[in-house]
Ligand binder design. Structure first.
Ligand code: G6P
Length: 462
């Protein structure tokens, strides 16, 4: 049996991996390395540790790379059939589990658990099994495996059966739904998700609140935690990386272009999100509109820079939301704009350098999600902003547990309340703003990604 073990001592598993491929017109493959906390966290482990990242092929380019045997050291991409992946990712993970944990269902968008759902659920099982089998194959005896997020809730239980010798962890980057909401799932599915997760030795969450919600669900629907331990690791911003990256020439160039769009001497309210329902972008725009309505003194003196990058566009509800964001921004510009003032500068094409440029220029950061596991933008803007920024922050973001004291807290549903918070943020004395921003940056960087990952490994092995 031992001869069939793999060589990796530390394994990460996630749907989205650190690299993606596109096929060029001449048939060549172009690799693009993604950013994000998990990527920098894992790179810190280095190759000495025999680390392996198992992820899914997500695009035609990725699938072509797997077929041609092209890949990066330390990354194994699984060529899961496109239809199975679509059912598991779009159907179950993003339309059901994401909606449950973010409590996003609203009439008439409530779930219908019918034959179509059952078919997709079977794909979700197949997809999870593919990960469990690959991990079982690659892991050395007694290796540590950290499975990421709601796409892969069944993996810990499946892997435990295949390889009882492994140390298995699972980390949730989302909130966890309270029992009264979680029970919306069919009983057998809810049970499978919980038992799948409880196959892990240790489960990690971003905040106490999500850890408590999971524990409550386990107690009510799965007879408790059994031997599974629970830990909280509040992923922080990567200060060294961000500060360095934010001063590179491409960022400076974009700052110049943005300054042109904003206009001389104006305040800037910045938001950067995926165009994601839980991010609450539309209510943010409505709050800004309300600010211009009720505080005429800000007209022509402030610009709302809103970056809403494409996300999950295979789903109609995301496409509709994207269109609504655009429509509301256009309406505000039509209602209030003047020949030399555009109240909302909306960009929808993903551009990390431009996001950093906006962070540096921010006087106010607006982060108002309905519900959010952490929200790293709330942590990144204070670290990067040149003059220090005021943070308007939803009480429903995980980041609020760490940043609440120096932020201006809002109820994300309360548009007039958010407008008042924007006014307060814009009116803050520069010295106070700078001091608060400094404290926000310190709290935001308390647990950098590399340490976040090492802490989980230590706890898993301990
Ligand atoms: C959230 C999830 C991640 C996911 C990311 C982007 O942060 O917790 O697992 O990768 O959103 O979403 P996407 O569907 O594009 O991977």
């Amino acid at each position: 049996m031992a001869s069939t073990y793999g060589a990796a001592q530390v394994l990460v598993a996630s749907n989205r991996g650190p690299v993606s491929y596109t096929v060029g017109e001449d048939g060549s493959l172009d690799a693009k390395r993604g950013g994000g906390g998990l990527v920098s966290g894992l790179s810190a482990i280095g190759s000495d540790a025999d680390a392996l990242w198992v992820c899914s092929a997500l695009s035609d380019g990725d699938r072509e790379a797997v077929r041609r045997g092209v890949g990066e050291d330390g990354v194994r991409m699984l060529d899961i059939p496109a239809d199975v992946h679509a059912d598991a990712y779009n159907g179950i993970a993003n339309s059901v589990l994401w909606f449950v944990h973010h409590m996003l269902y609203q009439t008439p968008l409530e779930p219908v658990f019918d034959a179509e759902f059952r078919r997709q659920w079977a794909s979700y099982e197949t997809y999870n099994r593919a990960f469990a089998e690959a991990l079982a194959e690659e892991a050395a005896q007694g290796a540590a495996v950290v499975v990421q997020d709601y796409h892969l809730t069944l993996v810990p239980g499946m892997l435990r059966e295949l390889r009882p010798d492994l140390r298995i962890g699972h980390f949730s980057h989302t909130p966890w739904a309270p029992p009264e909401y979680f029970r919306m799932l069919p009983d057998d599915v809810a049970g499978q998700v919980l038992r799948g997760m409880l196959g892990a030795d240790r489960l990690g969450f971003l905040t106490e609140r999500w850890a408590e919600a999971f524990t409550a669900c386990a107690e009510r629907f799965a007879g408790g935690l059994g031997g599974t331990r629970i830990g909280v690791h509040g992923l922080g911003a990567d200060a060294d990386f961000l500060r360095k990256r934010a001063h590179e020439p491409d960022v400076e160039e974009r700052m110049a272009a943005l300054r042109q769009e904003i206009g001389e001497g104006r305040r800037t309210i910045v938001r950067v999100d995926r165009t994601e329902l839980s991010k609450n972008i539309v209510r943010g725009l409505l709050a800004y509109r309300r600010l211009l309505e009720t505080h005429a003194e800000w007209r022509e003196r402030v610009v709302h820079v809103a970056f809403a990058y494409p996300s999950r566009q295979d789903l109609a509800v995301y496409r509709d939301y994207t269109a609504e964001v655009q429509r509301v921004a256009d309406e505000i510009n039509a209602a209030y704009g003047t020949p030399d003032w555009t109240p909302v500068v909306l960009h929808v094409k993903d551009d990390f350098a431009r996001s950093l440029a906006a962070y540096r220029l921010a006087d106010v950061a607006l982060v108002n999600p309905i519900r959010d596991g952490m929200n790293l933008v709330a942590k990144e803007v204070p670290v990067v902003s040149d003059a220090g920024c005021a943070l308007v922050l939803s009480r429903e973001a995980g980041a609020h547990e760490e940043l609440g004291e120096d932020a201006i807290t809002v109820n994300p549903y309360d548009v007039t309340g958010t407008a008042a918070a924007l006014h307060e943020a814009l009116s803050m004395r520069p010295e106070e703003r700078a001091e608060r921003s400094k404290r926000l940056a310190a709290a935001a960087t308390a647990l950098p990604p590399a340490q976040w990952f090492v802490d989980q490994l230590d706890a898993l092995r301990g």
